[in-house]
Design a protein around this ligand. Sequence first.
Ligand SMILES: Nc1ncnc2c1ncn2[C@@H]1O[C@H](COP(=O)(O)OP(=O)(O)O)[C@@H](O)[C@H]1O
Ligand SMILES: CC(=O)N[C@@H](CCC(=O)OP(=O)(O)O)C(=O)O
Length: 261
Amino acid sequence: MANSNKTLVIKVGGALLESADSLIAFFSELKKIREHQKVVVVHGGGALVQKLLTDLGLTSEKKDGLRITPTEHMPYVVGGLAGTANKQMLSSVLAVGDKAVGISLADGADLQCGVSDPDLGRVGQVESGSAGLIKTLLDSGYLPLVSSIGADSQGNLLNVNADQAAEAIAKILQGQLILLSDVDGILDGDKKVIPSMTKNLAEKLIADKIITDGMIVKVYTALDTATALNAPIGILNWRNPNLISQWLDSQSCGTTVQPSE
Ligand SMILES: Nc1ncnc2c1ncn2[C@@H]1O[C@H](COP(=O)(O)OP(=O)(O)O)[C@@H](O)[C@H]1O
Ligand SMILES: CC(=O)N[C@@H](CCC(=O)OP(=O)(O)O)C(=O)O
């Protein structure tokens, strides 16, 4: 089994939250990995937020994979991501006998976020920061579970895409990044997994509309992080958590996103 001094940052998509069995399998696997490597989980919850807004009779749209977030939607987005999604994960960690602390990007005032594009409303991106609180939790043996709610310097809460939140944390920690999703990797036009992804290939697949929706954000996140850390990034399916160790050992599963020159 791979043994790295680098902290493993794992991003999980919101769809995982809909399967109690998958959550248990995922956190059982992380408990094993945590015996020899520090781990941080950054989570989404887009599906949960979408359902909550729809149930409330609110219409929510996405632009280039990012949720347009009017100020009046923020209480529900914050409640869904930093509340329900975060504590559902915490509950599964407790169920497997591990110990976690659920936080958001805003906790500890370590990460400064800003509005990324005023047309998207209260959508933010991480602009700078350190990982003081996350490091404190890791050094004390806890698994940090980070939701993608951030804040600007005035304390205004912002909705950050969870892939981009994971990218920021992986860069600040100089860690390893794995993005888990509900697909086996980036798929080609025949729905086959593409084992190795480069910037040129990604740009072609996006132009050809083979990579669309949330996968556009994910592939750019992975390409930027791979280049910044000069290390490959894994995109794997959370339905098989054993793949995490397999990828760490040999990068022989899912899609491995390569750094650019
Ligand atoms: N070429 C592609 N390969 C794989 N998935 C793709 C591709 N293009 C679009 N997608 C979509 O991207 C989704 C993953 O992105 P997203 O919904 O943001 O996931 P998550 O919530 O897991 O982060 C897949 O479920 C799939 O519907
Ligand atoms: C700005 C933006 O798009 N925020 C996302 C945050 C959650 C997320 O990214 O969830 P998944 O990883 O499950 O897609 C949203 O509101 O859906």
